[in-house]
Write a protein that binds this ligand. Sequence first.
Ligand SMILES: Cc1cc2nc3c(=O)[nH]c(=O)nc-3n(C[C@H](O)[C@H](O)[C@H](O)COP(=O)(O)OP(=O)(O)OC[C@H]3O[C@@H](n4cnc5c(N)ncnc54)[C@H](O)[C@@H]3O)c2cc1C
Length: 141
Amino acid sequence: MIRAAEEVLEYPMVDQDPLDHWTVGRVTLLGDAAHPMVPRGSNGAAQAILDGRVLAARLAESGDPYQALRAYETERLAATSRVVLTNRVNPPDALLREVYDRTGDRPFERIDDVMSPEEIRRFSESYQAVAGYSHAALARP
Ligand SMILES: Cc1cc2nc3c(=O)[nH]c(=O)nc-3n(C[C@H](O)[C@H](O)[C@H](O)COP(=O)(O)OP(=O)(O)OC[C@H]3O[C@@H](n4cnc5c(N)ncnc54)[C@H](O)[C@@H]3O)c2cc1C
């Protein structure tokens, strides 16, 4: 189902509910064709690149392209579905919403007075973990 993003966000962009499969025989999907998402946090392009990385790796290591496409789908479909759904409710710029809520949109001198560096780091790392950009995820071969 195509879902209007303005149902959950305030600007007219759309995403799509995660699909239950991408692969039919020797054909699979990648990038926006597989998982259109609201592009928050430089996500759409970055997830397409991560798809490409995994697809290339599975094809290179497997002698069976059918099996390689299935392995790629297994790895990336669940991961990108989490990003699509997280972007609807708790996107990377949720940090801005939190600051807005805490300050009532009133000016402030120092961000540290609103939110501790530790909280800011936790916000960032929790999204990185969902999107697959955490240091640990990127360090994996
Ligand atoms: C307004 C807007 C802002 C965005 N901002 C960001 C951002 O800040 N950061 C971010 O990471 N992402 C952003 N995105 C999302 C990002 O652009 C996409 O997620 C990304 O381009 C997807 O890459 P893709 O390769 O899957 O698809 P695409 O980049 O769409 O590539 C598909 C290609 O296939 C070609 N094609 C289509 N049909 C055929 C055909 N029949 N035969 C041959 N070729 C065909 C198309 O011409 C196109 O070149 C934004 C998107 C929009 C619309």
